[in-house]
Design a protein around this ligand. Structure first.
Ligand code: ASP
Length: 443
């Protein structure tokens, strides 16, 4: 294959698709019927792409996690990886909330907004945000151990038929994989080989789906740009800036951790996972991005399958550093706007509730805002003020969701790399860049 035929690396193609999507979206804005046209004729390509990624998420978890556990050959290794994974996930989430709190308390974005502006924004969004509040209030009313009960499926087919039940599928597969390790080797071999082969096929499906990713992100971002009102950003600029600044600081934390604990180049790390980050940004869903995150972590960073297949799916469901940071900033911002004084104990409550709420947030667009209701509720904010606060930040939620999802995915990849290193399962990557991928495939 000649240089020219090889073309640009995938992350560049995706980036070009994103920029072109926003540019065309702006060009179409204001043209009569453009929103309708984009929704009917451009957006479907993006939707098909997201559906395809979601389509393979459950089979991918089943195949790769079963194979990953079977490859471990020893249950004590699994508990070692499990313990480190949960420990580091919790640590990064608490760190993210703390960073968010520092930024929002120092910059105080909610102080000094004029009452007129606040009233105008929240009045126009009160109705559209009410669904989030209802969903959040319903969540807040469940018992403390409900999350544990919810993790155990009563029917694996029902669990596997709903992408929102990823954690249930993981629990089943963990149980299944451990029992596969417990039976005689020769009896386990046919299943081991079957899942090995299934896993290869699904990873190939990820590669094929990724071929349309530049066009898909074009479609997703074009549609989003046409349907978003840019004026609102001006008013909530300081708040949005706090979230983005906090998220950037979190990237610095990840890069430092990669350098210090693995000795790898942080830039090389970011390059390796960039297609997953760009997809996270375009889809606002860590669940939809999961197949690409796993492929990148395993093949482009070099974390072995045993670790990747365990750490990444669990991370996509419970580790949301970007979401928890956003929840902390949003909660304090709303309190600043409504004049609700927060004590040090309240701020500590935010650390705990935002950590728990991000664990409970689904890996889909807008989920973080639903769980924010719980954080606000725990602080004792009266329900009318709570509705007002959610309505206030509703308009800028989607762009911030895009940014926090990038951090959620980056956090999962970072922790997978750190866990991989700590248990001796980090090797040189098989593939250094996307083009090599095809060389290897063709060889
Ligand atoms: N969209 C986020 C994710 O999928 C969750 C959220 O913060 O709303 O990771």
């Amino acid at each position: 294959m000649s240089e020219n035929e090889k073309g640009l690396a995938l992350h560049w193609k995706i980036l070009i698709g994103m920029v072109a999507g926003v540019a065309v979206g702006f060009a179409l804005k204001g043209v009569d019927g453009s929103a309708e046209f984009t929704k009917n004729w451009i957006y479907p390509i993006g939707k098909i792409f997201v559906n395809l990624l979601k389509l393979i998420a459950v089979p991918l978890i089943i195949a790769s996690l079963t194979k990953g556990i079977a490859d471990l050959q020893d249950i004590s290794k699994l508990s070692k990886i499990g313990g480190r994974t949960i420990g580091i996930y919790l640590l990064t989430t608490v760190l993210a909330v703390t960073l968010g709190l520092v930024v929002v308390n120092v910059l105080q974005p909610g102080v000094g907004l004029s009452q007129e502006t606040i009233d105008a924004i929240s009045a126009s969004n009160l109705k559209s945000s009410s669904g989030k509040i209802e969903a959040g209030t319903a969540q807040a009313q469940v018992g403390p151990l409900k999350f544990l009960v919810d993790m155990v499926p009563e029917n694996i087919f029902a669990a596997a038929s709903d992408n929102g039940n990823m954690l249930q599928v993981i629990v089943f597969v963990l149980f299944f994989g451990v029992c596969l390790l417990l039976i005689q080797k020769e009896k386990a071999k046919p299943l081991h080989d079957f899942f090995d082969s299934l896993n290869e096929v699904i990873l190939k499906m990820v590669d094929v789906i990724m071929l349309i990713s530049p066009y898909a992100v074009f479609a997703l971002l074009c549609n989003l740009t046409v349907s978003t009102d840019p004026e609102i950003f001006g008013v909530l600029f300081k708040y949005a800036l706090c979230v983005v600044l906090g998220l950037l600081l979190m990237v610095a934390v990840y890069m430092t951790a990669i350098k210090v604990f693995t000795g790898r180049s942080p830039i090389g790390f970011l390059k390796a996972i960039s297609p997953a980050q760009l997809l996270a940004f375009s889809t606002s869903s860590s669940a939809a991005t999961l197949p690409v995150t796993m492929e990148r972590v395993e093949e482009h960073i070099g974390v072995e399958k045993e670790v990747t297949s365990f750490v990444c799916p669990i991370g996509a469901t419970i580790n949301m550093d970007g979401t928890s940071l956003y929840q902390a900033v949003a909660a304090v911002f709303i309190c600043q706007v409504i004049g609700f004084e927060l004590t040090l104990a309240d701020q500590l409550t935010i650390v705990i509730t935002a950590t728990m709420a991000s664990i409970g947030s689904a890996a889909v667009p807008g989920a973080g805002m639903v769980m924010l209701v719980i954080v606000l509720d725990t602080l004792g904010i009266p329900s009318d003020k709570l509705a007002f606060g959610i309505a206030l930040i509703f308009a800028v939620d989607r762009p911030l969701d895009m940014c926090r999802t990038v951090i959620n995915v980056t956090g999962d990849a970072t922790v997978a790399t750190l866990v991989g290193k700590s248990v001796g399962k980090l090797r040189e990557p098989q593939i250094k860049n996307w083009d090599d991928h095809y060389h290897k495939e063709e060889a």
